[in-house]
Design a protein around this ligand. Structure first.
Ligand code: PLP
Length: 292
C-alpha cells in the first residue's frame, strides 16, 4: 500500500492565516503519525515474519496502528504494557478497544521481557515504543517531500513547520529533509529528554528542530483546562478535530511563542483521533460543569 499525499489546507485561527497538513486523513483505519512511521513495513515483504512484538502504554496510538498493520499483513500482534486497569478491562475504550478488535494479544509484564520474547522467536519483528527507530525515516522522509511540494505549489513565503513531539523522532526527520525551520515542543519529558532521543537516533545530526517552551510546566497525559479550551476553539473555528494528548500542549506552547516566530505557520496534524475516545471521557468527567 502506498499512501496518497494528504490534504494541505489553509485556515484562519485567532486572526492569523495558517496551513495545516492533514495527516489525520491518510485513511480511516491507518492514519496519522504512526501510519507514516510504519509505512516502511507496508512497503516491503517480510516472508519470514509471522509476528510483531511491541510494548508501551495501554492506550497508545502506536499500539492501535500496529494492530492495523498486523491485520493487513496477516501477522500475530503481541503487545506488552506495565499495567491494565481493571476498569479498562471491563469497559474497553479507544485505542485499547480497537486494537483488541483487530486481534491484539496484550500482556502485562516488566518492560524488558518483550526483548527476551522476541529473541526466542526469529519470525518476530520488534517495534520500539512509539516507533522510535530507524525504519520510521522512510515514511517521514516522504512526508517531508510532500510538505516541500505543498509549500511550493501554494507559493507560501517564509514558511515554518510546527508539530508537538513525543519521542521527537518525527520532528527530527522532518528537519533532516526540510530547509525550513522546524519548531517543536516536548510533551513527554523535559527538553533534555528530547535532545537525548535525537542523539540516540541520529548522533551528530547537522540540524535539529528548535524547541519552544512555556512558562508553565506540563506533564504527559495530565488534563489541563486551558488545553481543552484551545482544543474546543480549534474545533469550532476551524472545524478540525485535533488529538487530545499532544496537540493541546502543542498549541499552548506554540501560541505562547507565535509572535516571536516570523513567517507562515504550517502545523502538522498527526492524527491520533481513535485515542480521543478515552481522552474525551476523562476530560468530560473532569470539566463537565464548566461552561466555555
Ligand atoms: C506519536 C504521536 C506524536 C509524537 O510523535 P513523536 O515522533 O514520538 O514525537 C504526536 N502526535 C500524535 C497524534 C502521535 O500519535
Amino acid at each position: 500500500m502506498i499512501f496518497n499525499p494528504t490534504p494541505f489546507e489553509s485556515y484562519t485561527f485567532k486572526d492569523k492565516s495558517i496551513w495545516i497538513k492533514r495527516d489525520d486523513l491518510i485513511s480511516e483505519d491507518f492514519s496519522g503519525n504512526k501510519a507514516r512511521k510504519f509505512e516502511y513495513f507496508l512497503s516491503i515483504d517480510f516472508p519470514n515474519i509471522k509476528k510483531i512484538v511491541s510494548y508501551g502504554s495501554n492506550q497508545s496510538n502506536a499500539m492501535y496502528s500496529l494492530s492495523v498493520l498486523a491485520k493487513m499483513k496477516n501477522w500475530e500482534f503481541i503487545y506488552f504494557c506495565d499495567h491494565i486497569p481493571t476498569f479498562l478491562k471491563q469497559n474497553p475504550v479507544g485505542n485499547y478497544k480497537y486494537a483488541l478488535q483487530n486481534g491484539m494479544q496484550i500482556f502485562t509484564t516488566n518492560n524488558k521481557s518483550y526483548e527476551a520474547y522476541a529473541q526466542k522467536n526469529k519470525d518476530t519483528l520488534i517495534i520500539e515504543e512509539g516507533g522510535r527507530q530507524k525504519e520510521s525515516e522512510y515514511g517521514l522522509k516522504k512526508l517531508a517531500l510532500e510538505l516541500k511540494n505543498d509549500i511550493l505549489k501554494n507559493s507560501i513565503s517564509n514558511p515554518y513547520i510546527f508539530l508537538p513531539s513525543g519521542t521527537g523522532i518525527t520532528a527530527l526527520y522532518l528537519q533532516k529533509y526540510l530547509s525550513f525551520q522546524v519548531y517543536t515542543c516536548s510533551t513527554v519529558g523535559s527538553d533534555e529528554y528530547l535532545k537525548k532521543q535525537w542523539n540516540m537516533v541520529e548522533d551528530g545530526a547537522k540540524k535539529v528542530p528548535e524547541i519552544l517552551n512555556s512558562k508553565k510546566k506540563y506533564h504527559y497525559g495530565k488534563l489541563y483546562f486551558e488545553g481543552y479550551k484551545i482544543w474546543q476553539e480549534l474545533k469550532e473555528e476551524l472545524d478540525v478535530e485535533f488529538d487530545l494528548l499532544y496537540d493541546p500542549i502543542g498549541w499552548i506552547k506554540l501560541l505562547e511563542n507565535i509572535d516571536k516566530l516570523k513567517g507562515t505557520l504550517v502545523y502538522i496534524h498527526q492524527g491520533g483521533l481513535k485515542g480521543n475516545e478515552s481522552m474525551k471521557a476523562r476530560y468530560e468527567r473532569k470539566y463537565d460543569k464548566i461552561d466555555f
